[in-house]
Design a protein around this ligand. Structure first.
Ligand code: AKG
Length: 304
């Protein structure tokens, strides 16, 4: 039987068994789903509806947020990932919203989705903090002061992804294989499916089945680097679908662009030999965005 990624019940996040399964999932799989978390189902349904509404707008309205027309780099509507570096475009449109402040969101984000996205981000913050606290405890980092909190979750970006039905799905992908550059990614998907994760034996691709009300959590490169390799940022991809449109809404929980990231000092003080160097997070992200989605090679940028 094919193994599947863990499903973790978050009703009692401080239960030692739950903590253990979170840390094990993050080190063995890099991916898991959470159920019975504190993000209300209406908030998730509302952000999905808002996503359909945004992509249902006329092309000229959506294009106001494109690279050429957007009033800010923090708001970006586009197609595919790095078109100039890709052999075939990814079959995906997206709206990327980098959060700076509520004022800015009200000024710049499309009105059909801004409140729903803000609410989704706000309500997800509770579970993000719970998960990061447990993951830090698993590294024997028991105190998360302001500096550490900012390093782990100092900036956030929410993407609305729309994968239209594709007439020739075998000729392209929804999203090519890549790992995320985040600390953690929280992903809401609809009921269509199509997200595959690289299995931990390295060869097989494992489907992440949609579960109503669940959130998919994955470790990103920044946490792999900060944990000195203990938590794994794992490759994933989305297939193109010949019969259905699909949406997903990831929140990328990131360090701030101006942060230096590297193995946490607590680990090195404990005698661990660092396997990554300190890199400026914005350089790391720039490196990622320069190339096509080409597998898990971004992290080599930080290897010693
Ligand atoms: C991304 O936006 O980086 C993804 O990997 C999306 C995954 C998904 O749509 O399920």
């Amino acid at each position: 039987a094919q193994e599947s990624i863990p499903i973790i019940d978050m009703s009692n996040p401080n239960d030692p068994e739950v903590e253990k399964s979170i840390c094990e999932a993050a080190s063995k799989w890099g991916f898991f789903q959470i159920v019975n978390h504190d993000v209300p189902i209406e908030v998730l349904e509302n952000v999905k509806d808002a996503t359909y509404k945004f992509f249902g707008l006329a092309a000229e309205v959506k294009n106001k947020y494109s690279k050429e027309h957007s009033l800010s780099n923090n708001v970006r509507f586009g197609t595919s990932f790095t078109p100039q570096a890709e052999k075939a475009l990814e079959w995906k449109d997206y709206l990327s919203l980098f959060y700076v402040s509520e004022e800015e969101a009200f000024a710049l984000w499309p009105s059909v989705c801004r409140e729903q996205v803000l609410d989704y981000m706000r309500k997800s913050e509770v579970v993000i903090k719970q998960l990061l606290k447990v993951l830090m405890k698993g590294l024997n980092v028991n105190e998360i002061d302001e500096t550490k909190e900012s390093l782990l979750m100092g900036s956030m970006r929410t993407n609305l992804n729309y994968y239209p039905k594709c007439p020739n799905p075998e000729l392209t992908v929804g999203v090519g294989r890549h790992s995320d550059v985040s600390t953690l990614t929280i992903l809401l998907q609809d009921e269509i499916g199509g997200l595959f994760v690289r299995g931990n034996d390295g060869d097989n691709w494992i489907h992440v089945p949609p579960i109503k009300g669940s959130l998919v959590i994955n470790v990103g490169d920044a946490l792999q680097i900060m944990s000195n390799g203990k938590y794994k940022s794992v490759e994933h991809r989305v297939v193109a679908n010949g019969s259905n449109n699909r949406i997903s809404v990831p929140i990328f929980v990131n360090p701030r662009p101006s942060d230096m990231i590297g193995p946490l000092p607590e680990l090195i003080e404990n005698g661990e030999k660092p396997i990554y160097k300190q890199v400026l997070y914005s350089d790391y992200v720039k490196h990622f965005f320069r190339k096509a989605h080409d597998g898990k090679k971004t992290v080599a940028f930080a290897e010693l």
